[in-house]
Design a protein around this ligand. Structure first.
Ligand SMILES: Nc1ncnc2c1ncn2[C@@H]1O[C@H](COP(=O)(O)OP(=O)(O)OP(=O)(O)O)[C@@H](O)[C@H]1O
Length: 295
């Protein structure tokens, strides 16, 4: 397939497995991300949703050039995010995750995030930036749940500012979140990922056409369906006298009994997002691994 010259982000048949301790994917492992394709243009504001451990952070980090994949699998501004280091150093591409989130909440908004855009300017607007240099500011922004520590006002202002950046400057944003407050009219697109696979990529108006529920309830219905299907498969395996979980270790993903230290040891010590919830019992879990209150 020819590259779309308009695309700011182009993911084609992405496949990724976290390396083991020896730097290579564990032998016989199933990729965590597989057959994942997506194309986003200038001005797109994309909400990335999925359950804990679905692969959202992994996808954002790959796009941000933090994990190596084959150059043709991920193109940002027509360049390979991992191999073309100038993409991130020039500030055209920026991944903001947990560290920046804490800084925003506690450092008095005085944190330079990207050349001359401080967190303060991100939140209160970029009026302080020399207008002639505005076009030099970031073009592709990858946000990994950065708003959990923000108060209602700061979050609303940040979302408004980000929207303006897309509409006025043609920036492209992917925002992974579990918090849907104030997002009803924010995204132009929604992407739903489950088990590292793309389930749905749709313009927001199509999502609204297909569902008369709120955005949060719509996403909730997708995740419930996903969980019900997993539960059904497990019950079918149990009824057939097989182990409830298909495989104990599936690539770098923990899929077996999450309490098993042996499994975690084989997975570089990483455990899937549902660890706490699964131990607590699916019906009554309170915290997920990223400590989002679930009931
Ligand atoms: N460095 C790593 N090495 C091995 N496995 C990892 C690593 N980082 C994440 N994983 C595993 O990859 C899977 C996907 O994790 P990821 O953080 O991308 O999911 P997520 O959708 O962002 O989850 P959440 O919503 O909880 O933040 C999980 O099973 C996780 O345990």
């Amino acid at each position: 397939m020819a590259e779309d010259p308009k695309a700011m982000i182009e993911i084609k048949n992405l496949r990724f497995t976290y390396p083991g301790i020896d730097g290579h994917p564990p032998p016989g492992s199933t990729p965590l991300i597989e057959a994942f394709s997506l194309s986003l243009n200038a001005g797109d504001r994309c909400l990335l949703v999925g359950s804990n451990g679905a692969g959202k952070t992994t996808i954002l980090k790959i796009l941000g050039g933090k994990h190596m994949v084959e150059p043709h699998m991920v193109r940002v501004l027509g360049r390979s995010a991992f191999h073309d280091t100038a993409l991130t150093s020039s500030g055209d591409l920026c991944y903001l995750g947990g560290e920046w989130r804490r800084d925003v909440a506690f450092a008095g908004f005085d944190v330079p995030i990207q050349m001359d855009v401080s967190a303060e300017k991100m939140i209160f607007g970029v009026s302080g930036v020399d207008p002639k240099r505005r076009d030099e500011l970031m073009k592709v922004l990858l946000l990994d749940e950065i708003t959990v520590d923000l108060d209602v006002l700061a979050r609303a202002d940040l979302l408004k500012f980000l929207r303006k950046e897309c509409e006025e400057r043609g920036a492209t944003i992917i925002y992974a979140t579990h918090i849907f407050d104030g997002l009803e009219d924010w995204p132009s697109h929604i992407v739903y990922v489950a088990n590292g696979k793309l389930q749905l990529a749709m313009p927001m108006d199509k999502v609204k056409e297909n569902s008369n529920l709120s955005l949060m309830r719509t996403v909730e219905s997708w995740l419930r369906k996903e969980m019900d299907e997993k539960r059904k498969k497990r019950n079918e395996r149990k009824a057939a006298g097989l182990s409830e979980f298909e495989k104990q270790v599936e690539g770098s993903r923990v899929t077996g009994d999450p309490a098993s230290a042996a499994i975690r040891a084989m997975n570089n010590g990483w455990a899937a997002g549902r660890l706490h919830s699964t131990i607590a019992g699916e019906e009554n879990f309170v915290f997920s691994s990223n400590r989002v209150l679930r009931q």
